[in-house]
Design a protein around this ligand. Structure first.
Ligand SMILES: Cc1cc2nc3c(=O)[nH]c(=O)nc-3n(C[C@H](O)[C@H](O)[C@H](O)COP(=O)(O)O)c2cc1C
Length: 298
């Protein structure tokens, strides 16, 4: 059941959600066999920023009913560290023929975030120059420092930013929409009008937790965090269906997928691919299990 997305041929329709599967840690834990039997048909990197970030102070995780709230704060080595150290290690994965998939390379999709069009442009150009990167995902859940507008929550701003980025790369540009917007389909249309090749959703829903000690203070170091997991599955289904009905570009659906039935629901709602996030923390082989279930059940 190989599928095609923006010119990339993939062994099956299940990829990872950015930031939820550390391929380098997985290589250390599971060794070289992971390269020949990677659980996802494309590997999406965690969000890379222009400069290194240490992330939010602890505590960074909270177990919510049927999900979790994370306030990790996008720690990463920055663009130069990612390109020099991580990218060479994560290039060269292959899909798992033993699980019933055609053996083929697993393309790398690099997820980047910038605080304005110029910063995003530098990230996009640097990714464009690297042959190991097959596509670029833009995490637009970040305020624009120049305008103060949340890039991903404002359709017109999204269109302007995409139009500025479009000439800077020939690689597919996937816009990872924020679910924390008044009108998500309008944002998707803005991204499409600016030249996006695909959209992905949903990112985490803004959420908070109170100090379990009873002080009444917000518990997480970043104050608020993002809710993910089964708790957001019905929201994801609604937003994916609404966006898929609005746009012509392909949609990558995610949010609370734990089993192949959940992936099938998102595909039926109009998604071309499905991403698995939080479930991989519970079961690192979730991608293979969910994809194999889709192959079996069609
Ligand atoms: C611990 C954690 C880290 C994440 N990091 C990122 C990230 O770096 N960039 C991004 O675009 N999304 C990030 N996400 C969002 C996921 O990619 C996904 O959109 C979201 O979790 C919904 O899918 P899920 O319910 O299957 O986890 C993160 C989610 C979690 C739980």
């Amino acid at each position: 059941m190989s599928v095609e997305l923006c010119g990339l041929r993939l062994a099956h329709p299940v990829v990872n959600g950015s930031g939820t599967f550390d391929a380098i840690a997985a290589l250390r834990a599971f060794g070289e066999p992971l390269r020949e039997a990677f659980p996802f048909s494309a590997y999406v990197s965690k969000t890379i920023t222009l400069h290194p970030r240490t992330g939010n102070p602890p505590p960074r995780l909270w177990e919510a009913p049927a999900g979790m709230i994370n306030s990790i704060g996008l720690p990463n080595k920055g663009l130069d560290g990612y390109l020099a150290e991580d990218l060479p290690l994560i290039a060269g994965f292959r899909s798992d023929p033993a699980a019933g998939f055609e053996a083929m390379p697993v393309p790398v999709i690099t997820n980047v975030m910038g605080s304005d069009a110029e910063e995003l442009g530098r990230l996009v150009e640097a990714c464009d120059a690297r042959s190991e990167i097959a596509a670029i995902e833009l995490n637009v859940s970040c305020p624009n420092v120049a305008t103060g507008l949340d890039i991903g929550a404002d359709p017109a701003e999204l269109e302007r930013v995409l139009a500025a980025l479009r000439p800077r790369t020939g690689k597919p540009l996937i816009v990872k929409l924020t679910p924390n917007a008044a009108d998500v389909p309008a944002c998707a249309l803005g991204a499409q009008a600016g030249g996006a090749d695909a959209v992905s959703l949903i990112n985490t829903l803004r959420a908070a937790a109170l100090d379990p000690g009873g002080s009444g203070r917000l518990w997480l170091g970043g104050r608020t965090g993002g809710l993910s997991g089964p708790a957001i599955r019905a929201v994801a289904l609604a937003q994916v269906a609404a966006v898929a009905a609005a746009v012509e570009v392909p949609v990558i659906g995610m949010g609370g997928v734990q089993r192949s039935e959940h992936a099938r629901e998102l595909l039926d709602a109009g998604a071309s691919l499905v991403a698995v996030g939080t479930e991989s923390f519970r079961d690192p082989a979730a991608g293979t299990r969910i994809a194999a279930g889709l192959v079996l059940r069609g």
